[in-house]
Design a protein around this ligand. Structure first.
Ligand code: NAD
Length: 328
């Protein structure tokens, strides 16, 4: 099958090529999918899209016009796709529902530990020959209460790691995983209770109309003073203006973020010789109690292998005229 790969990054190309196994004609492009670039896929039957690509109704119309019938998302999240429109057009869409959840869960732990133990501040001081410890006091994770919002695959993997630290676990999820609760001691409760009791809140739910800005000033006001907030899920689950206010008034002592609500157009590329005009992002990244990584939580060898393998499983099924189990 002739397949156009949008938003190709250097890091993922070898993984995709290996999984394609010479069975397909791949056209790799660094261009993101948007209204102006849909035509690039003309003559292809399928595209492979990234989380930063635009799969809104108009773009899907264009893709259909240019012959695209299959869209393989190389991501878990599909909040960037107008699924209803795709269905109306008869374009099949599949995601990668299962890739190493440890990649993202472990990154959440990395953000948490770096934030709590002030690793970034410590590195800066060390480079200035300043070995004083006054600014670097953290707290033991042992016996602290960790609130997990969205206890699915990643939230579950995060829960298991934190139970190894000897933490008390609270979870909020409309669907309870009793096996996990038994194994880790996690107790399910309401979102409000999680936020009132937790020393650390880590977000692992999907972005949906219900979860958009779920973390806002109303919820922040209920949090324990000095809480750490970790978000490796989706930027728009957190209201950034409210987060900055909560950091300013010290309700939230620190935030470890891998995602940002306006990350599209900023993350995943090198802006070395350009100016990023986003005052909100500047406020966030210049806040000394915030650590931000550029949506890299998934970036491990294992996860990239899983993503590429499942992407081509989806495409191979469609090429054989079969359905994929990952269709959405
Ligand atoms: P999952 O589907 O296994 O788990 C999500 C959980 O959230 C489910 O248990 C679901 O019941 C729960 N949930 C749904 N609505 C909720 C709500 N309103 N409140 C609380 N919980 C709710 O998904 P996953 O694989 O664990 O991934 C979770 C999210 O992490 C993805 O949707 C994606 O946005 C994000 N993600 C980010 C990265 C990254 O690189 N930063 C990588 C992978 C996934």
């Amino acid at each position: 099958m002739k397949i156009f790969v949008y938003s190709t990054h250097r890091f993922e190309k070898p993984f995709l090529q290996k999984a394609a196994n010479d069975n397909h004609e791949l056209i790799f492009s660094a261009f993101a999918l948007e209204a102006d670039t849909a035509k690039l896929a003309n003559g292809c039957k399928a595209i492979i899209a990234f989380t930063s690509d635009d799969l809104s109704a108009d773009v899907l119309d264009d893709l259909y016009y240019h012959g695209i019938r299959f869209i393989a998302l190389r991501s878990v999240g599909f909040d960037h796709v107008d699924l209803l429109k795709a269905k109306q057009l008869g374009i099949k869409v599949a995601n990668v529902p299962n890739y190493s959840p440890y990649s993202t869960a472990e990154h959440a732990v990395a953000l948490l530990l770096a934030l709590n133990r002030k690793l970034m501040v410590g590195q800066k001081l060390m480079k200035r020959n300043d070995f004083s410890l006054d600014e670097l006091i953290g707290f033991d994770m042992y016996q602290k209460t960790i609130g997990i919002v969205g206890v699915g695959k990643i939230g579950g993997a995060f829960a298991k790691i934190m139970s190894g630290f000897g933490c008390r676990l609270l979870g909020y999820d409309p669907i309870e995983n009793k096996g996990l609760a038994l194994k880790t001691g996690l107790v399910y409760t309401t979102l409000e209770e999680v936020c009132q009791q937790a020393d650390v809140v880590s977000i692992h739910c999907p972005l949906t109309p219900e979860t958009r800005y779920m973390f806002n000033k109303v919820l922040f006001a209920q949090m324990k003073k000095g809480v750490l907030l970790i978000n490796t899920a989706r930027g728009s689950i957190v209201n950034t203006i409210d987060l900055l206010a909560a950091l300013d008034n010290k309700t939230i002592a620190g935030a470890g973020l891998d995602v940002y609500e306006n990350e599209k157009g900023i993350f995943f590329r090198n802006h070395l010789n350009t100016i990023i005009i986003d005052q909100l992002f500047d406020k966030l990244r210049n806040n000394q109690n915030v650590i931000i990584t550029g949506h890299q939580a998934f970036l491990t060898q294992e996860a990239l292998t899983d993503i590429a393998t499942t992407t081509f499983y989806n495409l191979n099924q469609w090429e054989k005229g079969k359905s994929s189990t990952n269709e959405i």
